[in-house]
Every structure is written in structure tokens, then in C-alpha cells.
Design a protein around this ligand. Structure first.
Ligand SMILES: [Zn+2]
Length: 475
């Protein structure tokens, strides 16, 4: 017997018994009111519905294994968006549609082949950085190690970089003085990079064990033959240099930019509210991913959890006060492009956004939330977490953190929250890497994630209005 069924049964039994007591109407009415579904009951119903009927792993496998990586601007992401819209409609969502924004040029991965000619032509683990343009043919060049902190240091060594493969242990950063006029600094650095005219630049992956990293976007600074080399192979090149041997490489990159600029899209779907239906709780996750793995933990998890919450609320025929708005963002990995575009397109509705919630820290259990250092938000999260206490003890932490789509909302002053999760192997392995695959997601954790997010969302949909703040930049 599900919790929902037992609650309905209790209600029916009570109404029956109340009818048997016509002389004590006041008492009966009081009791009927008392058994109206409370938040606690609804949370328990949501927990049961999600535990028993969830489509979490199915959806994760369909999207990640079936459709695959979902780079913003790619056909694969478009396919995943169509898939998500069909699913959301089948879950009872209304107003399901896409919203377009200008991305710039799209980028498609091609071959990446790098050989170390000093060591019998062994292949090095190097991947082209996304949105970097390529030389159209095989290129031979020597490696120079670069370790600079400032623009001045860069300018000083720039003449030695011409025609070389730059192994970048660090890159120039703006000084506090340069930060004040960042545009001027940035233009000057871009000019110096162009003038240096190196053959390629390799950044070093931060992870051990041949784990790759990926980054880049339409506004990337290093535009040609930029790539990421694994730590072990970067160390190999450095050891050669330290012994006075100049590494010679042959490289070939085939990643390419589209000829024309393209649009990217966010998927939007609603589960309508009742008495405050013009107010929304935005439950968002980025559906785009990097393209070396299948984006299972970043952020397949958040995507399927978000979809599951709408499914469960509809299945239970819940009637929230406010409207649940599911948004599957794109362009998160290129700098929160989708969430920023959403906020711009919906600027007039921003005061009516009660809160934004996103889950984007891998596949670990949810252990708490950041309150974003706002006292009223802290109080509200604390109340909401009461609904989850039978699942987990959640810590509401006095801290503000960004790094995902909630940051764009927070910077507009909107209450915006992301959960803290068990780190598992997210930062060390799966995040942005080639091993971001379904293997690293457990069904039990996904269910816990969806249950906690559902209860917190339900509370935000129905609790008192949360105050907004003045817009600010999150540092
Ligand atoms: Zn992410």
C-alpha cells in the first residue's frame, strides 16, 4: 500500500465517521480540516511515488547512452531536447516549448592525434579544447614550457613562443590594478597572444590517472590549436625539458567551427499552480554536457531528477499554490549562457520567481544546501528541510556558492539554491572528463536526490513568499 493510498483511505474513513455524527458538526469540520493533506504527508507521498515508480535510471540511460554527449550547439543536444520535451509532455507538463538565444558559432570535435617523435612516435593523451580552431594538416613543432603569472611576463617570453607548442603550466592573470579596467587588459592580452603566433597551446589537466579535462566556448581566448594534455604526459614532456631534451611533436587536430552563427535553446515546461499560478519556482538543470564522456554526472543527474519531480507531482495529482517551471538549460558549460538568456527573456517575470533550485554537483547523496548568506532564505530552507528528515539530515550552511545556473538567478537577487552533495569521484574523475558515464551514478543516490529535491521544491511552491535581494555579482 502506498502512502498516498493510506492517506486517501484515512480521509475517506474520517468523512464517513463525521457523517455519523451530525450533532457535532463543529468538531467534525475541525477534524476534516486537520486531515487535509499537509506538507509532511505530501512529502511522504512524493518519496513513495519516486521510490516505487521513478524513471530516473531509464531516463539517464536513454539520454546518456542512447543519445550521448550533448555539447551546446550540437545536433545531439537538439535530439536530447526533443526527447526531453516528449517525456515532459507524457508526464503531464503543459506549455512545453523551447526558447532560443544566440550562441555564436557551433563547434564539432574532430580527430586529435599527437605523437612524441623523441620517443618512437608514442601517442600522447591530448584532446582539442572545445571552440578552438585547427590547422588543416599535420604540423611538426617543438615544445616550450610556459609558466607566467602576468601579461608583462608573457610579453617578455612571447618572442620565444613563435611557431612552438606552448606547454602552459600557467597563463597570465590580471593584477588587481588591471581588474579595474578588465576590458583594456583583456584586449591587450588577446593582441599579445595573436602576435606571439605559436603553433599550438596545451593546457594541463588537473586530474591524475590520465583523466582529461575540457573547457572552452564561443568567447575562448586561445583560439587556435588549443588543447588539453593529461597530467602524466605533461610531466613526461617537462622531464625531457629538464634533461635538456627538446620534445618534438607531430600533431593533427580536426575540431571545427560552424561557418555561420547558430542559436541554442532552453527547454521549458510547466506544472501549473493554483491560487498563485503567476508565481513560479524554477527547477532547472543544464542538459548540455561536455563531449568526451556522456555527461551522466554533469549534468544528466540534475536533468533526470528535475524531470522526475514533475512526473511524480503530476502522478500524485498535486495542486501546488505556485507554478512549477522546469527549465532544462543549455550553454551552462560555456558560462551559464542558457540561464542568462532565460533571465533576459523573462526579465518582467523575475519579481514573480519565488525561488530557483538546481542540482549540479554529481551523483552523490544530497547532504545540505547553501543559504547564500541571506537570513530569511536560511529560515525558509530550515523549515523546508523538516520535510526530508525521515530521509536524511540536511545541513543548511551559511555560505554563498555559484558555478551553476543558480548563480545567474542569484545575481539578479532571486532566491537560488543548489544542494551540497557527497563528492564521491565527481571532482577527481567524472567532472568534464572522458569517464563521465552512467557507471558512476547509483540508482539509490538518484532516488534520494529526487526525493530531497522534490520535498524542497514542494515547500518552495507552497510556503510564504521569499524576499528578493538587490542584484549583485557573486565573487
Ligand atoms: Zn554541470
Amino acid at each position: 500500500m502506498t502512502t498516498l493510498f493510506s492517506r486517501k483511505l484515512k480521509l475517506v474513513l474520517f468523512v464517513l465517521s463525521a457523517n455519523l455524527l451530525p450533532f457535532s458538526i463543529g468538531y467534525a469540520q475541525q477534524q476534516v480540516t486537520a486531515v487535509q493533506p499537509s506538507s509532511a504527508n505530501i512529502s511522504q507521498d512524493l518519496f513513495a511515488e519516486i521510490a516505487q515508480n521513478n524513471q530516473l535510471m531509464l531516463n539517464l540511460e536513454e539520454m546518456c547512452d542512447g543519445i550521448g554527449p550533448r555539447l551546446t550547439g550540437s545536433q545531439q543536444l537538439r535530439q536530447a531536447q526533443q526527447w526531453a520535451m516528449e517525456k515532459l509532455k507524457s508526464y503531464g507538463a503543459v506549455n512545453v516549448h523551447e526558447e532560443a538565444y544566440e550562441l555564436g558559432r557551433a563547434w564539432t570535435r574532430g580527430v586529435a592525434r599527437v605523437r612524441l617523435l623523441n620517443a618512437n612516435g608514442m601517442l600522447l593523451d591530448v584532446q582539442q579544447q572545445a571552440w578552438s580552431d585547427s590547422s588543416p594538416r599535420k604540423t611538426f613543432a617543438e615544445v616550450v614550457v610556459m609558466n607566467v603569472k602576468t601579461l608583462d611576463e608573457f610579453k617578455e617570453i612571447a618572442p620565444r613562443l613563435r611557431g612552438k607548442i606552448v606547454l602552459a603550466l600557467s597563463t597570465p592573470k590580471a593584477t588587481p590594478e588591471q581588474e579595474k579596467n578588465f576590458k583594456q587588459y583583456s584586449d591587450e592580452l588577446n593582441k599579445a597572444i595573436r602576435a606571439a603566433d605559436f603553433a599550438a597551446i596545451f593546457f594541463v589537466s588537473g586530474r591524475e590517472g590520465n583523466i582529461q579535462d575540457m573547457f572552452g566556448g564561443p568567447n575562448t581566448r586561445y583560439k587556435k590549436n588549443a588543447a588539453i594534455i593529461t597530467k602524466e604526459h605533461a610531466n613526461l614532456l617537462q622531464r625531457l625539458v629538464a634533461r635538456g631534451i627538446t620534445p618534438k611533436l607531430e600533431f593533427e587536430f580536426g575540431g571545427r567551427l560552424s561557418k555561420d552563427v547558430v542559436k541554442a535553446y532552453n527547454v521549458v515546461a510547466d506544472f501549473p499552480g493554483t491560487e498563485l499560478s503567476d508565481e513560479t519556482v524554477v527547477l532547472g538543470a543544464h542538459q548540455d554536457s561536455w563531449d568526451l564522456g556522456t555527461g551522466a554526472t554533469d549534468n544528466g543527474v540534475g536533468t533526470v531528477v528535475t524531470m522526475e519531480i514533475l512526473r511524480a507531482m503530476h502522478a500524485l495529482k498535486l495542486k501546488p499554490k505556485r507554478t512549477l517551471r522546469v527549465v532544462l538549460f543549455s550553454g551552462e558549460e560555456q558560462g551559464l549562457l542558457g540561464s542568462k538568456a532565460y533571465l533576459k527573456a523573462h526579465a518582467a517575470e523575475q519579481p514573480k520567481i519565488q525561488a530557483m533550485l538546481t542540482q549540479d554537483a554529481g551523483g552523490g547523496r544530497i547532504t545540505g544546501f547553501l543559504d547564500m548568506k541571506v537570513d530569511e532564505w536560511f529560515a525558509s530552507l530550515n523549515e523546508a528541510k523538516e520535510q526530508t528528515k525521515e530521509l536524511s539530515h540536511l545541513d543548511i550552511t551559511y555560505a554563498a556558492g555559484g558555478g551553476s545556473d543558480h548563480q545567474a538567478f542569484f545575481e539578479q537577487g532571486i532566491p537560488a539554491f543548489a544542494p551540497i552533495q557527497d563528492p564521491l569521484d565527481y571532482r577527481s574523475h567524472t567532472w568534464h572528463s572522458q569517464v563521465d558515464t552512467v557507471d558512476h551514478v547509483s540508482k539509490d543516490n538518484l532516488i534520494q536526490n529526487a526525493q530531497v529535491m522534490a520535498a524542497m521544491t514542494w515547500a518552495m511552491l507552497n510556503n510564504r513568499k521569499l524576499p528578493h535581494q538587490a542584484p549583485q555579482v557573486l565573487r
